[in-house]
Ligand binder design. Structure first.
Ligand SMILES: *Cc1c(COP(=O)(O)O)cnc(C)c1O
Length: 416
């Protein structure tokens, strides 16, 4: 990956691109929403399809010359249908947020009511945060996780829904380490005559591989990001039934977007093909096994995990008990210095500011993509412990930085 042609035109950008590849090779990527795609997906995303305008849908485009764009989009759709078992799929959303926008635009009017999980409890900006278009456009009420258990408070959600009478209930989360009971939320949605949007942005790959239960066929709409656990490159996706197909398609184009990013849709097609192979199931199983091994070792070291563990690809560490004087920001910075890249995160019952909250979120999708097994994940947990416990100690951090480099060398990335 030397970006020769970029270098000939623009050495400054070429330097940044090669430095970024090296950064990814030489650090432990533990941001739970990130991953490493294959070289095949990278190549498809960097293809000449970036030149093509293909407004509309396969067979019904507004421009000439779309025959290959049609092929690629049809392949992406067919493979998604096979992966998730959805009746209707729209692969055009530029991102997960725009996939959600497509559903809202299709089904809601301004001022309609949205019931979603509170951001600091694991929700997402696009579920109704005041700074997001959703918070400005709709009337939003939010449910929470149970403060004792860290699990979704399904009873509280149900009671709130009956009182608030939402038009749509949003499930699916950004920082929730447990399986979601889609059926239970669907029962509530049906009881109050609301639509149910299950946003599986983080767990698309886990659901596709069958290592997390699927909301497809349960909720009315399922949205996702294609660059998180599914490893198909940056973008979004919407799945629904035939009943809502035309409303969703019209909401994405021309409702919310113009021309689709056809090069990214090519990346989705290739990534979905990879995800249909048996190796992908092994990958998804490894993601969860690694997260469990990581979480258990962190607990052995004294850390407190929100919900007491994980069923998924991530752990959420609440630092308040084990390290009351260390903020999520302190931990994130110290870990970044040694090459462990993760993010500070709010925790349920947050007592600090969202800019410097009390937790850190750590995910295993990118580590598992480069082959990390449970033993290696336990080693990573030990390194995290040493750094957080000694976040001001430069000698300790220098030692851990060497261990991180050695681990990266054991599990190489983008070798050729
Ligand atoms: C990551 C995420 C999204 C979408 O993010 P984009 O950055 O817009 O792709 C949507 N919903 C949830 C729950 C997420 O975690």
């Amino acid at each position: 990956m030397d970006y020769e042609r970029v270098r000939a035109v623009d050495p400054a950008v070429a330097d940044a691109l090669t430095a970024e590849v090296d950064r990814q090779r030489e650090t432990l990527e533990m941001i739970a929403s990130e991953n490493h795609v294959s070289r095949a997906v990278l190549e498809a995303q960097g293809s000449a399809l970036t030149n093509k305008y293909a407004e509309g849908y396969p067979g019904e485009r507004y421009y000439a010359g779309c025959e290959h764009a049609d092929e690629v989009e049809e392949l992406a759709i067919e493979r998604a249908q096979e992966l998730w078992g959805a009746e209707h799929v729209n692969v055009q959303p530029h991102s997960g947020t725009q996939a959600n926008m497509g559903v809202y635009l299709a089904m809601l009017d301004p001022g309609d009511k949205v019931l979603s999980l509170e951001l600091s409890h694991g929700g997402h900006l696009s579920h109704g945060h005041p700074a997001n278009f959703t918070g400005k456009t709709y009337e939003v009420e939010q449910y929470e996780v149970d403060p004792e258990t860290g699990y979704i408070d399904y009873e509280g959600l149900d009671a709130l829904a009956r009182e608030f009478q939402p038009d749509i209930i949003v499930s699916g989360y950004s920082a929730y380490p447990r399986e979601v009971d889609w059926e239970r939320i669907q029962e509530t949605a049906e009881a109050v005559d609301a639509y149910h949007l299950a946003d599986i942005a983080h767990i698309t790959g886990l659901v596709a591989a069958g290592v997390h239960s699927s909301p497809v066929g349960v909720a009315d709409f399922v949205t996702g990001s294609t660059h998180k656990t599914i490893r198909a490159g940056r973008g979004g996706i919407i799945m629904t039934s035939e009943e809502h197909a035309s409303a969703v398609d019209a909401a994405v184009f021309p409702g919310a977007q113009g021309g689709p990013l056809m090069h990214n849709i090519a990346g989705k097609a290739v990534g979905f093909k990879e995800a249909l192979e048996p190796e992908f199931t092994e990958y998804a199983e490894r993601v969860v096994a690694d997260a469990k091994a990581l979480g258990e070792r962190l607990q052995e070291r004294g850390f407190s995990l929100v919900s007491g563990g994980t069923d998924t690809h991530l752990v959420l560490v609440d630092l308040r008990e084990s390290h009351p004087d260390t903020t999520g920001g302190d931990a994130e910075r110290a870990l970044e210095q040694v090459g462990i890249i993760l993010n500070k995160n709010t925790v349920p019952g947050e007592t600090r500011s969202p800019f410097n909250p009390s937790g850190i979120r750590a995910g295993t999708p990118a580590l598992a993509a480069r082959g990390f097994d449970e033993d290696a994940s336990r080693e990573v947990a030990d390194l995290i412990y040493r750094v957080v416990d000694n976040h001001d100690d430069t000698d300790v951090k220098a030692e851990v930085a060497e261990d991180v480099k050695a681990l990266c060398a054991d599990f190489p990335l983008y070798e050729e």
